[in-house]
Design a protein around this ligand. Structure first.
Ligand SMILES: Cc1ncc(COP(=O)(O)O)c(C=O)c1O
Length: 367
């Protein structure tokens, strides 16, 4: 290795940079962005008002411990605020966890179509990402346990997962935790937990409370509609919280985010409206797209994964181009090893209907 210029840690240059969902379509004035799983209903008006009020105090540092926000989260979920750490999005927390618990030679496991930040954070820490195969686009506990070696330090599990929308029932998550050596940290990433309507699902709170090696990450970017201001939180055992508090930026959460986050988490009615909208349209989209003859992976989140045929004229790439021309921006998921699928976030009614209509036209099935 040349010593003639600074060198990043091994692994850093192996990272494929994360490519966010597109937000513009060339030559189209009116677009519907359905590419990043944002909420179509936007944030609570109370969160917006709280955000604006902070504009009068931009010269002041925020509370570095985000105490009032941790207390609001604690009240909403019945948790001890001392066991919560806030971050600039859950991405921040996922990277901090990798930074604190992984080093050169270690291994971190994620599943085939797991969220892309896991291999990025793993490689960035000098460790090796290990891929556990999924079954039916769903994480499989035995396959994850089968990948554990003496070098394994972290297991990342998105539940529900992005981009598949599938989830692992609580009994299976418990079996995973029981099967892991006690020094392996299980990171349960529950970014879409608020949308899940299944009685065998648990986001992670119970496992964190009853074990020493589980953390749960949550985000304000999805149902709370605050993706732009970057806000997430984690709940973990005291020893993990202490480690993350030592390495996080002293002011890693900004003042407007703290204010908006508190108002958002306290507006249960707005969350319920967003949840109801999602439940209704997730079901509708799943059914209507399936009627067109396309397979849709059953989703517990706020998006659907649509699988396309491989034959020319009907592929995912061609469908994507067709939809883009009409201002309907979905997400290509080749980077997730799903080159024949597109991911669509649940949108407002108009967007959902337009996508189904356009897909029917694309497949030559419009009435
Ligand atoms: C599974 C999963 N985890 C974490 C995140 C990151 O969320 P944040 O905006 O809080 O960084 C996302 C965003 O798409 C996600 O899908």
């Amino acid at each position: 290795m040349s010593a003639l210029r600074p060198q990043p840690r091994p692994g850093v240059l192996d990272i494929d940079p994360y490519v966010p969902g597109k937000s513009t379509a060339p030559g189209v004035a009116r677009v519907f962005k359905l590419s990043s799983n944002e909420t179509p209903l936007g944030p609570s008006p109370k969160a917006l008002a709280a955000y604006r009020a902070v504009a009068d105090h931009l010269q002041d540092y925020p509370d570095g411990a985000a105490t009032a926000l941790r207390e609001a989260i604690g009240r909403a979920f019945g948790l001890d605020p001392n066991r919560i750490v806030c971050g600039a999005g859950s991405d921040d927390l996922l990277n901090l966890l990798a930074d604190a618990y992984l080093r050169d030679g270690d291994e971190a496991i994620h599943t085939t179509h797991g969220f892309l930040v896991y291999p990025i954070a793993t490689l960035g820490s000098g460790a090796k990402p290990i891929v556990a195969p999924e079954k039916d686009h769903t994480a499989d506990v035995d396959n994850i346990l089968g990948k554990v070696t003496e070098r394994t330090k972290v297991v990342f599990l998105a539940n529900p997962n992005n981009p598949t929308g599938t989830y692992v029932p609580f009994d299976e998550v418990k079996r995973l935790q029981k099967g892991l050596p006690p020094h392996v940290l299980l990171v349960l990433d529950a970014a879409y937990a608020e949308y899940v309507r299944r009685n065998d699902y648990e986001a992670g709170i119970e496992l964190v409370a009853t074990s020493e090696n589980v953390v749960m990450c949550r985000t304000f970017s999805k149902i709370y509609g605050l993706a732009a201001i970057r806000l997430g939180w984690m709940y973990g055992p005291a020893h993990v919280v202490e480690a993350i508090n030592r390495i996080r930026g002293p002011f890693n959460v900004n003042g407007p985010a703290i204010a908006a986050g508190i108002a958002a988490i306290e507006d249960a009615a707005h969350q319920e409206r967003s949840r109801e909208h999602n439940t209704e349209w997730l079901e509708w989209l799943t059914e209507e797209i399936a009627k067109l003859g396309l397979h849709v992976t059953p989703s517990a989140a706020n998006f659907v994964l649509i699988h396309f045929p491989h034959d020319k004229g009907r592929t995912a790439a061609e469908a994507n181009a067709f939809l883009m021309k009409r201002g309907l921006i979905l997400r290509q998921v080749g980077a997730y090893k799903l080159p024949h699928a597109l991911r669509m976030s649940v949108g407002i009614e108009e967007a959902n209907r337009l996508v189904v209509k356009a897909l029917a036209e694309f497949l030559g099935k419009s009435k």
